[in-house]
Design a protein around this ligand. Sequence first.
Ligand code: FES
Ligand code: FES
Length: 190
Amino acid sequence: MPHQFDPTAQHQTPPKALCTLHINGQTRQVAVEQSAILLDVIREELQLTGTKRGCDMGTCGCCTVIMDGKPVLSCLTLALDAEGKAIRTIESLQEGGCLHPVQEGFVVKGGSQCGFCTPGFIMTATALLESTPDPATLDRETIRRAISGNLCRCTGFQQIIEAIEYAAAHLDEPRQPDPTSGKVANVMGG
Ligand code: FES
Ligand code: FES
């Protein structure tokens, strides 16, 4: 028997699954479609809007978060595939109103202009510094390679590299109060 066209089929909502995410030290549960993208869940369900949506196709790095210690593109990650992993977004980096050294580096060195790419760069750089046994010894070429998946249309990259070098040299120092507080909080994740 030929397949019958069901005019109501296109209006049927796909079934949702309960997704448990470990994000920024908290466990959050959200009902998601099987095809839900982590970036959408982070921004729209969890309201963590520091993570930015740029190209939505894996080429700009704006959506980078840290997952189990590695930078990943949240626009290419299924939310259900992130279950059981430790996810960190830009919102996790500030502590007690003080910037993370990488955030501080971006402020001090002018690594952020329009700021749209900044959270992605900061998360990529943070993962690099945390996975490097002695970050103070990082050379420029290694930093360049690490951030090669992140695009910035404003800075020319030099200030961004200097910001990461600054962070590598100041990682162990006491944190400073956030001078950007209330001004660019969405970029710095505050
Ligand atoms: S938004 Fe994910 S790489 Fe551009
Ligand atoms: S600071 Fe504007 S895109 Fe990088």
